[in-house]
Ligand binder design. Structure first.
Ligand code: KG4
Ligand code: ZN
Length: 364
């Protein structure tokens, strides 16, 4: 049994600046002592997407204040922590540099170890903090930058079973919203509009459905949405609602097929697994139709569906601190202070990079 460990986590890979203090108790459970997140949404919304240079500057301005706030909320000083964990990839390089360099400087000044954390590992391990999920399990990460189905076998032991070959799912929501004149970020706006729409009006494509591979593709769907909107221009509010509802229906049917196959493959890989878990992460996990679809699928395939609270599904520093704690508790070595940030850093080193993947940067 390991002793009690406390880590300060830092997250700066995209458009959220975050700091957190998390303690892991000897029984493996965690206490979040501080969780501070500053979203840069307002700075980017005028541009309809994240502007890397603006993001990096905003991290520089906010991070030290956020760290102080996290320590104050936890009622501790730097002397009371055992290690520092900072996101070092994948993500926008300017932001990563700010967080990782701050982490290094604090580690050097305090003599505490530094863990350079893969942001995707943070998402992948969150369900162990919130729900104590045991290995192995499946994670579906659906955010503005990633759409991945990952087999989580252990800390640092991942197999990527599927990824998008073009747009991420959140990106498809954002682009659809933009071409319909809805505000950024598009996901919540599309979901709101879809609530009063007719999902049967447009038959949008369901890319890769029926194929044995577990990858995703959403760019054709976006093109179909554009053509539908152009075909009936000028669009009324009801047209927009119908397009959004039909778009969500196409996504739900696509997930049904892709994830259904993934759950089947899991049972084939682990025939003795009893009610294994599918965990969801990323901003798109907030979408009620996506959740309903995954919930239904899990019931059908004898899986437990785990959706951590929204605050921990989107970008935060609690998950980075927790990934550091998992590593530290296992006795895994901390990182050298020469460690460099990596804008691309797949969880599964053996997975092939897919053509055209990551056009929008490696944001998660
Ligand atoms: O994980 P996240 O907060 O940030 C990063 O991608 O880093 O995910 C943001 C994405 C955006 O593309 C946003 O449109 C999408 O999640 N999103 C949603 C919903 N809320 C946020 N997509 C569909 N339905 C929602 N309710
Ligand atoms: Zn993320």
């Amino acid at each position: 049994m390991t002793s009690q460990l406390r880590i300060l986590g830092l997250e700066t890979s995209c458009d959220e600046t975050a700091a957190a203090v998390v303690t892991r108790l000897p029984d493996g459970t965690a206490v979040t002592e501080a969780d501070v997140v500053l979203s840069q949404l307002d700075e980017h919304s005028a541009y309809g997407g994240v502007v890397p240079e603006i993001a990096a500057r905003a991290h520089v301005e906010a991070l030290d204040t956020l760290i102080e706030e996290a320590l104050t909320r936890a009622g501790i000083t730097l002397a009371d922590i055992d290690a520092i964990a900072a996101t070092s990839g994948p993500g926008l390089i300017g932001g990563l540099l700010v967080g990782l360099m701050t982490g290094k400087a604090m580690a050097r000044a305090s003599g505490k170890p530094l863990y350079a954390i893969n942001h995707l590992e943070g998402h992948a391990l969150t369900a162990r903090l919130t729900d104590g999920v045991a290995f192995p399990y499946l994670m579906l990460l659906v955010s503005g930058g990633h759409t991945q189905l990952v087999l989580v076998k252990g800390v640092g032991d991942y197999e990527r079973w599927g990824t998008t070959i073009d747009d991420a799912l959140g990106e498809a929501f954002d682009k659809t919203a933009k071409l319909l004149g809805l505000p950024y970020p598009g996901g919540p706006a599309v979901e709101r509009a879809a609530a009063t729409g007719n999902a049967k009006r447009f038959a949008f494509p369901r890319p890769l459905v029926g194929e044995a591979r577990l990858d995703f593709s959403f760019s054709g769907l976006k093109t179909a949405v554009r053509q539908a909107a152009e075909g009936i221009a000028p669009v009324t509010d009801q047209d927009i609602a119908d397009i959004c509802a039909s778009f969500q229906r196409a996504i739900s049917r696509t997930l049904m097929d892709r994830i259904g196959r993934g759950l089947q493959r899991f049972h084939e890989t682990y025939p003795d697994a009893v009610e294994p878990a599918l965990i969801v992460a990323g901003g798109v996990a907030a979408n009620q139709e996506v959740r309903r679809t995954l919930d239904e699928l899990c019931a059908r395939h004898r899986f437990r569906f785990v959706a951590p609270p929204h605050r921990l599904c989107t970008d935060n520093a609690v998950m980075i601190a927790w990934a550091g704690l998992e590593r530290m508790a296992l006795g895994m070595a901390p990182d050298d202070l020469n460690v460099a940030p990596r804008s691309r850093w797949p969880l599964d080193a053996g997975a092939q990079a897919l053509l055209a993947y990551g056009k929008r940067g490696a944001k998660a």
